[in-house]
Ligand binder design. Structure first.
Ligand code: AMP
Length: 281
């Protein structure tokens, strides 16, 4: 396994793979790898000749007050995990290389970026779309793997690829959870023991919503009311709970067919997100 830090070198490695007709699978991450990331890596390794994992905490997608500086970083641990899983290349560029002085080109995916997390984190998805577009140009993957954990991100990346005619197939893998249901996240490492115990309420509220919808509840406001009631006292603050169309991400007026229930909530200073897809009736 190679760890490549230079963009030019990564470019050369992917060009050489392409010349040899090798397929490239790509898993973009911010590092601090856990079983959620590993599920994407395993899929990439099993479906491609060459697997590239990028490890880059992208400053552009963090707001001023957000946790960019303290975001967990563990290149050595991540490299060990990648090596064990059969990854061929870790791409680990520096921020100055990705965004040199005078950098001025940004990608924003309109409409899809304005609701849910986009509303609470202005500029976040512009940062995500920009870095993913850059990484796709550098790595030139055949297939890129994303997690349903970041449901809005996955929809935005699919649209980015479609709108900009990028020759990349985007695959989205299911959310990997702890035994009690908490979705794995690099940010779970911030939680105290008591916050960790309470954090499972996010999953419980989604599970409750699923039960209510499958029992015939069709009004989003009612479902959200019961979710908020379950979360009260367990989380410090709710950024949003939304029931949306899984493709347009627009809130649904009445629940029917397949809907995406997404939420973001705080436990102390830690913001967690989770979601579930439910088929009504
Ligand atoms: P991150 O390092 O947080 O940027 O995540 C990198 C990729 O891993 C994204 O596509 C995430 O959606 C995905 N991911 C993160 N957590 C999970 C999880 N619990 N299950 C599945 N995929 C995940």
């Amino acid at each position: 396994m190679r760890i490549i830090r230079s963009i030019a070198q990564m470019h050369r490695a992917s060009c050489s793979a392409r010349i040899r007709n090798r397929t490239i699978g790509f898993v973009p991450t911010m590092g601090a790898l856990h079983r959620g990331h590993i599920s994407l890596i395993r899929k990439a390794v099993s479906e491609n000749d060459i697997t590239v994992v990028s490890i880059f905490a992208n400053p552009l997608q963090f707001g001023r007050e957000e946790d960019f500086k303290k975001y967990p970083r563990d290149l050595k641990g991540d490299a060990g995990l990648c090596e064990k899983e059969g990854v061929d290349i870790i791409f680990h560029p520096g921020a100055k290389q990705m965004y040199p002085r005078g950098y001025g080109t940004y990608v924003s995916v309109d409409n899809l970026s304005s609701g849910l997390c986009g509303k609470c984190r202005p500029g976040h998805f512009k940062g995500v779309a920009t870095v993913v577009a850059k990484l796709f140009n550098i790595v030139s993957p055949d297939t890129a793997y994303f997690g349903q954990k970041d449901a809005q991100q996955a929809v935005i990346i699919k649209k980015l690829v479609q709108d900009l005619n990028m020759p990349v197939q985007v695959k989205v893998a299911p959310i990997v959870r702890e035994a009690d249901g908490l979705a794995l996240s690099s940010r779970n490492a911030y939680l105290s023991e008591s916050q960790r115990r309470k954090a499972v309420a996010l999953f419980h509220s989604l599970d409750l919503a699923k039960d209510l919808i499958q029992a015939g509840m069709v009004e989003p406001a009612k479902v959200i009311y019961y979710m908020r009631r379950l979360l009260a006292g367990r989380v410090s603050k709710i950024d949003y709970i939304s029931i949306v169309d899984p493709v347009t991400l627009r809130p649904v007026k009445k629940i029917s067919g397949i809907c995406l229930i997404a939420l973001a909530a705080w436990l102390g200073n830690t913001r967690l997100i989770d979601n579930i897809t439910v088929r009504a009736g």
